[in-house]
Design a protein around this ligand. Structure first.
Ligand code: BV8
Ligand code: ZN
Length: 254
């Protein structure tokens, strides 16, 4: 795989890299992306219909069961070479900040230490009434009940029509203003306002690197478009950048 020399040089010179990811970075871990058709039991529902507070109010059992089904799909999923390469990047660059739309927790599992989960985490549950976190594992009721107030538990994710956590959004925007390189990996860039981050980074003069087997609306603002699977491209790209520099995998900065 060949990479543009200026991209390899920018990688080596970077002190701060932002890595914005979507469902595509987990595709090679066997987790279907949002764009993939819902399968089996859920074939006649769309994510946009189920991932909303209205759907939960109307039919909490179905929404809770949909998330239980998605957790089952994810239970055996492990970080793939894309997650691992992003985690390894921390040994090569002073600061690597992952800004993910994914709720599967695989970036942290791979070892990334700075992970901003813009849309929450499917493994955590909170009370729909008092919003306190609550364990849901051993529950038998569907949905389980809050131990604090008796309200129904829901997954700790951001639904359509709900705002992202303000601190997460603020940190993500700040990183987009300052990153020496802004990677945009495995996202169709259709869900707002998260999808506006790459364009915001570019408007702040930050070089955007798009990694996706398909074209998206962000190809036009990217300084580099790497067409292909993240699990193949990222390890090869980082090997090319640092092997060429002769660095034995160590940082190019003191
Ligand atoms: C909000 C958690 C306001 C839940 C998710 C018009 C303009 C602006 C906004 C809107 C609008 N119309 C409607 C809205 C609002 C809405 C929205 O954007 N709707 C969409 C459908 C148009 N947005 C919201 O509601 C947001 N909140 O606006 O709040 C507000 C403000 C104040 C007060 C009150 C309200 C909240 C949105 C968050 C929704 N929650 N997830 C759950 O998981 O169940 S979104 C969910 O879908 C994901 O988190 C992710 O963000 C999104 C899926 O997108 P991708 O990750 O990109 O995945 P996708 O499948 O689409 O694409 C995969 C890509 O990977 C593809 O490009 C593919 O080619 C690529 N790929 C495949 N294989 C690989 C690969 N790439 C690399 N390697 C591979 N191997
Ligand atoms: Zn409660």
């Amino acid at each position: 795989m060949d990479f543009a020399p200026d991209l390899l040089a920018s990688l080596r010179a970077a002190r701060q890299i932002a890595v914005f990811t979507g469902a595509g970075v987990s595709a090679e871990s066997g987790i279907p992306t949002f764009r993939d058709a819902q399968t089996g039991l859920w074939a006649n529902y769309s994510a946009e219909d189920l991932a909303t507070p209205e759907a939960f109010r109307r039919d909490p059992v179905t929404v809770w069961n949909w998330y239980a089904w998605r957790r089952e799909l994810m239970r055996d999923a492990r970080p793939n070479p894309a997650h691992q390469a992003i985690a390894r990047l921390e040994t090569l660059v002073e600061r690597v900040s992952v800004i993910t739309q994914n709720v599967d927790g695989l970036h942290r599992q791979a070892g990334s230490t700075e992970v901003i989960e813009l849309h929450g985490n499917i493994w955590d549950s909170i009370c729909a009434d008092c919003r306190q976190p609550a364990p849901a594992e051993a529950a038998i009721e569907v949905p389980p009940r809050c131990p604090h107030c008796g309200g129904m538990l829901r997954p700790a994710v951001v639904w359509f029509g709900e705002p992202m956590p303000a601190d997460a959004w603020h940190r993500a925007a700040e990183l987009s203003e300052r990153a020496d390189l802004f990677f945009c990996i495995g996202t169709s860039s259709l869900v707002e306002p998260a999808a506006s981050l790459p364009r915001y980074a570019q408007s702040c003069g930050r070089p955007v690197v798009q990694v996706n087997p398909e074209a998206t609306s962000h190809d036009g603002i990217a300084q580099h478009v790497l067409r292909g699977k993240a699990g193949l491209i990222l390890p090869a790209l980082f090997d090319a950048a640092w092997a060429e520099a002769g660095a034995a995998g160590g940082r190019s900065h003191p």
